[in-house]
Structures are given as C-alpha cells and as structure tokens.
Design a protein around this ligand. Structure first.
Ligand code: ATP
Length: 443
C-alpha cells in the first residue's frame, strides 16, 4: 500500500511537472479537456521528435534493408475488413448501473463488482469495437463510412508491392513507418499510457517462412539492445512471453518496462506468419506473393513485426528519469530542500545544452556563442535569474549541459560546462565546445 501511495505520488508529480514545464498537457483544456487526448507542449514536442528521429535513425537510416513509408491515416475501409479489425478488434466492456463507470472486463479483478463504488449491479459484458469511425464524401451514410487507422502497420502490408518494386529490395527486407493511430479505448488512463490518439513506430520485416524464427530472435535482441542503450536495464525492463497466440502467429513477446503504476507494455515483437499478406491478397484480388528469381519459386512472405508506442516511450523515459536529489542541494550553496532533476539520456533530452551568461553585460558574447552551436544540438538561451536558479530550471527539464559564459571567458576564450548529473564543472575551450558536447551525447 505504501508503495502504491508513493507511486501515485510520483505519477502526480510527473503529470504536474509535464504541465508546468510544457511537456504534455490535456488537449482542449480550456473546454474541460477531452478524455484520452493529450497535447505536447514545446519541450514535449522537442523530446517526442528526438525519440522519433532516434528510432528512425536506428531502424531505417542505418540499415540498407529497411525502407521508410508515410501513408495516410484514412484509407480504403476494406483494409480493416481484411485485417480483421472490423470483426474482431473489440474489448468486452461492462457498465456500473449505479455510478455509470465503464470498464474493460479483462482489466477488472472482479467483473461483478464496480471498483469505483462497490456496487454489484454491473451490466452484462458487451463487445465494443475500438475502431474510430468517420465519413468520407458528401453523404453521411453507411456507404461512406471510413475509419481512422487503428495501427500504422496495415498500410505497410497494403503498400508492400509498391515499395518492393520501387526500391528493388529482395527478401529479407523491412518497411517502417511512424504515425498516428486511433483507438476508441473504453477507459483511457495512466496519463499518456493509454490514449485514444497516439503515435506508433512500427517495422514489418518480410522474410522466407523458413527463416522466420531466426529473424524473430534477431529483432527481439536488436530492440532490447536499443532500450539498454537508452538506460533500461534488467531492473526496469523485462520480457513477457505470450503463451496464448493468435491462430496465425508463431511467437510473440512484449517488452515491458516499469512505469509508476506498475509494469506495462512498451513494445511488441511478433511473428505474424503469412497472415497479413495472405489476407490482403484475398480481399484485394492482387497477388502479393514474392517471386524469388534466384530459385524461381513464389512464396508468401512471413512477417516479423516490431511495434512500439512513441507516447509510451516518452512516458517510460520521463518516469525513469525523474529524481528528487536532496543531497546535492548544499553543494551549490542553495537553500531549497530538493533538486528536481530529470536524468534523461542526452540524446532525447528536449534541450541538450543551455547557454547562460554570468551577467547581463555578457549577453551579447554568450548569445553569439549560443547561435554558433544551436545548429548542431537542441539549445536554449537563458539570462534571467541567478545562475543557481537557471541551473535548477534546466535540471527540471533534463538539460545535460549548462554552458556558462563568464567574465574570464573574454580573456581565456573558454566557458564553464556544468554536468546535470554530477554537478561537476569543467572549463572547456570555446573552439572545442561542439566536439565536447557531441562526444558526451553518445548513444
Ligand atoms: P495494450 O495491450 O496495452 O492495449 P496492444 O497489445 O493492443 O496494447 P499493440 O496493438 O500491439 O498494443 O500496439 C503496439 C504498441 O502501440 C503498444 O506496445 C503500445 O506501445 C502502443 N499502444 C497501443 N495502444 C495504445 C494506446 N491506447 N495509447 C498509447 N499507446 C498505445
């Protein structure tokens, strides 16, 4: 219970920091918000983009056999018939007749009792489809219904042939996409963890079925290594192996990380067999088999999928990074009780280097230095308040390096770089500053 209280407290602090410092706040807040929708403020947008770029770099830019795609959110609705979403993408839900709260049955400890008010008057569980509906064209009738995509991978399967032909890729190869997905979640909760509009980063790897398990193991390891490099070790990351699999799937794992509310899925790695391309072949009438010229045979590619939520990645990074450092405050001669600091990996910190003139008299020189560096890193210039206050402001948003331009800088052509985590200060020559920051960002 004590743990639960602390975790709830951590979550509350995180939500409040995110709002106060412009990471994330409720969508349409002046109208009372909109359940399950979140806006990313200036620091949040920068961090989100940094994570996106990192994933894209890791999955697409640095690999010869992965191609990128940017497809539409709304597409021919038959896609969702073929994928099974229209018939099967649903959760069982139940309502409390007394307090009207609505729940997903699989998330309830006891589906006959309302967790909110304790009432035993629950409705019979009903199927609830998660697809978001809209209309395309001038008439709002059943023939014009379309859907906002529930996952970014289906257009990848649908565009498989076009991408293959355009790029002349041979098996095995992959197609990756980052984009919005929409699900009418019954019970959005845990901040951005379960939202109704969110961003997915998915990669579908097409291979010969005989090599399917080899590639499944390969991608599992690749993705685990990626998270290890972001600082998730065994104490805060684990694998959940699915025992109950979809009828077409050969293997599936979730990469789970520790959130303040407990362990939660961050990414899924799935062996999906030939299901996706077979279904789209069947429903479109277009043969999506691959012709292997080397062996002169046709085969339906097997798919290995890696699928991660961008919003969940950011929440996992922020939760892991949040710290209240009580020992450190005295070091810098401050009288506050705690130093709130986000120990974010420098690669994804919204601001990587803050430039602080020691005095307003040095603004011009410090600003010129800032402008010569801000094309290489995410930088910010801050000249208001004492240096100590400015350090604290930067700690709170996770800035790994604060660069102070002082009166000595005018003579020795060097600046003081203060490290967020150790609070150590180092004198660095201005001409070396770019290399210094770059070498410390790493990955
Ligand atoms: P869950 O079991 O948590 O509902 P899922 O198994 O339905 O998730 P997938 O369909 O495999 O999730 O989606 C892949 C990834 O997309 C998830 O691992 C997660 O990071 C992200 N994701 C899925 N649903 C949401 C949501 N409602 N809000 C934010 N991210 C989501």
């Amino acid at each position: 219970m004590a743990d639960e209280a602390t975790n709830q407290e951590l979550m509350d602090k995180l939500v409040s920091l995110c709002k106060r410092r412009g990471f994330v706040f409720p969508s349409s807040e002046i109208y009372g918000g909109f359940n399950g929708f979140w806006d990313y403020g200036p620091y949040g947008a920068r961090m989100k983009r940094a994570i996106e770029n990192l994933w894209w770099h890791e999955m697409v830019e640095t690999r010869d056999n992965i191609e990128g795609l940017d497809s539409t959110i709304i597409a021919n609705p038959t896609i969702w018939k073929a994928s099974g979403h229209l018939d099967q993408f649903s959760d069982l839900m139940t309502d409390c007749k007394k307090c009207k709260a609505r729940y997903r049955v699989d998330q309830m400890e006891d589906p006959t009792t309302c967790p909110a008010c304790g009432s035993k008057e629950m409705t019979e569980p009903r199927e609830f489809n998660l697809m978001m509906k809209t209309f395309v064209g001038p008439v709002f009738d059943d023939e014009h219904v379309a859907y906002l995509r529930a996952e970014t991978c289906q257009p990848i399967f649908v565009d498989f042939n076009s991408v293959r032909v355009a790029t002349r890729q041979k098996l095995p190869f992959g197609i990756a996409q980052i984009g919005k997905a929409f699900r009418n979640e019954i019970n959005p909760r845990n901040f951005t963890f379960r939202s109704r509009e969110f961003t997915q980063m998915e990669m579908e790897f097409f291979c010969d079925g005989e090599e399917g398990m080899k590639w499944f193991e390969y991608w599992k390891e690749q993705r685990l290594n990626y998270y290890r490099k972001l600082g998730f070790d065994d104490s805060c990351m684990r694998i959940y192996v699915h025992e109950k699999l979809a009828h077409y799937a050969k293997a599936a794992i979730d990469i789970e990380v520790k959130f303040p509310f407990g362990w939660g899925e961050l990414e899924g790695v799935h062996h999906r067999g030939t299901w996706d391309l077979s279904r789209h072949s069947e429903f479109s009438g277009v043969d999506l088999q691959y012709l292997d010229h080397d062996n002169n045979r046709k085969l339906m590619p097997t798919v290995i999928e890696t699928s991660v939520g961008l919003d969940r990645t950011m929440l996992a990074l922020l939760s892991k990074a949040y710290d209240e450092d009580t020992a450190a405050t005295k070091k810098e001669g401050k009288d506050e009780d705690v130093r709130v600091v986000l120990h974010l990996p420098p690669l994804v910190a919204p601001i990587q280097a803050a430039f602080l003139p020691q005095s307003k008299k040095l603004t011009e020189n410090a600003y010129a230095l800032y402008k010569s560096i801000d094309r290489y890193f995410r930088c910010e210039f801050d000249e208001t308040g004492s240096i100590g206050k400015r350090y604290r402001r930067q700690d709170e948003i996770g800035t790994p390096f604060c660069v102070t331009f002082d009166f000595d800088s005018l003579n020795d052509n060097a600046v003081t770089v203060r490290d967020r985590d150790t609070m150590q200060q180092e004198r660095v020559g201005i001409t070396q500053l770019r290399d210094y920051i770059e070498s410390r960002i790493g990955f």
